[in-house]
Design a protein around this ligand. Structure first.
Ligand code: SF4
Length: 275
């Protein structure tokens, strides 16, 4: 069964088969597929370019529980309002500048957001908040991001996640988080221009610290505590100083309750830009 893409009208199966024309799909039919954690680590380490890395992560099947969840959300578990849209239903690759100064790291795709649109923080309320703030900060071309192919661009920034597949209840298991870490680790190695890593939420903060330590960066010990506006100085093996900045995640739980306000997010993004 196929459904029309909301922007282009082109019909796609769900999950979207690699290399069938979805806007921004980095993979092809022959892109190698990781089928377990060791395979993900091997393919991530072997990726020579960001393009190769994005392609391989977007077809990864290393975590059986998450593969089943993302694919069921993309088929039988669709939200009623999106019942007639195709769902990406694959791991969501990073999005944005290939030579960013700022790397934004979220937790994981949302089942009916990025798992549907194939772009990080796109098509859900958290994303609406984040993209509006990124636009105000001059880091995004457009004030919203609804569909892959809409012309949205990040300027000087790139956006990824600690875990690339939508998890049940937004909670990846520790083994899933660990299986996904090599993708983020290799991405950070392939981004020598980065000066700021902005972690959205405590899980992303912890994941970034573990990942950079794993690739030989210096990070303070004991591990710096996460908080909104928290900052820690990291040092890359090439001598680069990189600041890890923390922000509360723009989840509906945080934005509805006022734990995270628009001025608070603006302030953190302004600090990221300043750094
Ligand atoms: S969470 Fe990461 S490692 Fe696990 S299947 Fe998805 S992309 Fe692969």
């Amino acid at each position: 069964m196929t459904d029309p893409h909301p922007l282009t009208g082109v019909r796609f199966e769900s999950p979207v088969p690699p290399g069938t024309g979805w806007p921004g799909d980095p993979a092809r039919p022959g892109t190698p597929v990781a089928r377990d954690a060791a395979g993900a680590a091997r393919l991530a380490a072997g990726a020579a370019t960001l393009e190769e890395l994005d392609a391989a992560v977007s077809v990864c099947r290393a975590c059986p529980r998450l593969v089943a969840w993302r694919e069921s959300a993309a088929t039988v578990g669709r939200r009623a309002s999106f019942a007639h849209e195709p769902y990406w239903g694959r791991p969501v690759p990073s999005f944005g500048d290939a030579r960013p100064r700022i790397l934004i790291v979220g937790l994981a795709p949302a089942a009916n957001g990025a798992n549907r649109t194939g772009r990080m923080f796109t098509g859900d309320r958290s994303g609406d908040w984040l993209w509006a703030a990124l636009h105000r900060a001059g880091l995004a071309r457009r004030a919203s991001s609804q569909s892959a192919g809409d012309g949205q661009e990040l300027v000087g920034a790139r956006m990824g996640a600690a875990v690339r597949c939508a998890p049940p209840a937004n909670r990846p298991a520790p083994a899933e988080r660990d299986a996904c870490a090599p993708w983020l680790a290799r991405e950070i190695e392939l981004l020598p221009s980065v000066r700021v890593v902005l972690a959205l939420g405590q899980v992303a903060w912890g994941a970034v610290l573990r990942v950079v330590r794993g690739i030989g960066w210096d990070a303070p010990r004991p591990a710096p505590r996460f908080g909104h506006g928290a900052a820690a100085r990291l040092s890359a093996p090439d001598g680069r100083a990189v600041t890890l900045l923390g922000s509360y995640h723009p989840s509906q739980q945080n934005t509805f309750t006022g734990r995270l306000t628009a001025p608070m997010l603006d302030e953190v993004l302004a600090e990221a830009r300043r750094l």
